[in-house]
Design a protein around this ligand. Sequence first.
Ligand code: AMP
Length: 283
Amino acid sequence: MKSCDQITSLRQRVQAFRSAGERVAFVPTMGNLHQGHLELVRQARERAERVVVSIYVNPTQFGAGEDLDAYPRTLERDRQMLEQEGADLLFIPNDSVMYGDGRRSDLTRVEVPGVSEQLCGASRPGHFIGVATVVAKLLNMVQPDLALFGEKDYQQLLVIRRMVAELNIFVEIVGIPTFREPDGLAMSSRNGYLSAEERTLAPLLNRVLQSMCRQLLGGGADFLALEEAGKEQLREAGFEPDYLSIRQQNLELPTVGGENMVILAAARLGSTRLIDNCSLFLR
Ligand code: AMP
């Protein structure tokens, strides 16, 4: 696996793939890789001859007081994992490659209104502007045929799909189902922040979502009552729920008789913010 940290060398390498008639799949990450990330790489390999992965901890998607400085950086281990998984090219830009002179307040930004301000966007103001901006920049730098994102970050995937559609970025966006620990906890780089005791409690988040899904599938239609009961269950176990929300799959408020739903949750366990979601199809 080759690595590069400059846009010119990235472009040369991707151009060489294209000249050989090879399709290029792209997996953007913030590193500290786990099996969830590697699943994206495996899925990418099934869909394209070449796989480009980026590792960049994007400062503009972290708010003040969030874990930007503490975010785990494990480049050598990540590199080995990607090598074993058969990725072809690793792009590791630094802040000045990505943003010129760092976090200037006058940077060009990408804003996707409507889907961005609610749920995670409400608790993390500006987060999705940072995400959309860095993903737009990365897509322009790599110019892949397809880019893969995890459904674990459901709202992020929606923001990216809309951005790509509305800015006419010529790329196919592929969503990949959430990869989980055997006990159901969604894999996340932030799971490493959990204490041993918190780690045993953490899978409850997914169990609550699964139980709400079953209740909806069984005909439950009092969405507010279901949300409140789920939050209460989380609180009793020691979580601090940020939101637990039943939505249509486009994130609009649900309607009784609606068919495609998603339940999304974010909750703090100690100082760790966990997110998860569960999609369901009612008929
Ligand atoms: P991150 O490094 O957290 O920015 O994640 C990079 C990509 O991996 C994003 O598209 C995430 O949605 C995806 N991802 C993270 N965790 C998982 C998981 N458990 N299963 C599937 N995809 C994931």
